[in-house]
Design a binder for this molecule. Structure first.
Ligand code: SME
Length: 150
């Protein structure tokens, strides 16, 4: 059984206390989420490193594609709209970028920095269909907000 978000958030909070480095925080969150939640089969960040462009950041799981323009994929839609995207069936999402053929569903959450600008997106993929819901969205948004926006 997977751990609750409350436990994961408490552990992440303790681990990153006093750390003011986005990459270190991203690596810690990716590791904690990937190893704590069984239905999470890929967890990683894509960082905004150039206008309209996402570049792979810290992740856990198989290889992720290296760069994603804002115009493409679920990650691009999240970056464009600055809103969480939940995809129950990746095959039904036009333009989905398949990094692993086993992926069935995913959630992508926008990550904002202290000044409120978009600095990255957090992408979580599952081999299970419809693995994500509003509770995941709320918890992941809260976790990223606490880690990067304050
Ligand atoms: N599926 C994502 C691409 C990233 S990988 O899944 C790790 C997308 O469509 O944006």
């Amino acid at each position: 059984m997977s751990e609750s978000y409350t436990e994961i958030e408490a552990r992440v909070g303790a681990l990153i206390a006093g750390i003011d480095d986005d990459i270190a925080i991203m690596a810690t969150i990716a590791c904690e989420l990937f190893h704590s939640v069984e239905r999470f089969h890929w967890v990683g960040f894509y960082r905004v490193t150039a206008p309209q462009m996402l570049l792979i950041g810290p992740y856990q799981g198989g290889h992720g594609c290296l760069s994603i323009p804002f115009a493409r994929g679920v990650c691009g839609k999240c970056a464009r709209d600055k809103k969480t995207v939940i995809v129950d069936d990746v095959e039904a999402f036009e333009g989905h970028i398949a990094c692993a053929s086993s992926t069935r569903s995913e959630i992508v959450v926008p990550v904002f920095g202290k000044d409120g600008t978009l600095i990255a997106v957090l992408d979580v993929d599952s081999d299970d269909p419809a693995a994500f819901d509003e509770a995941d969205a709320a918890a992941l948004e809260r976790m990223c907000g606490a880690a990067f926006s304050v």
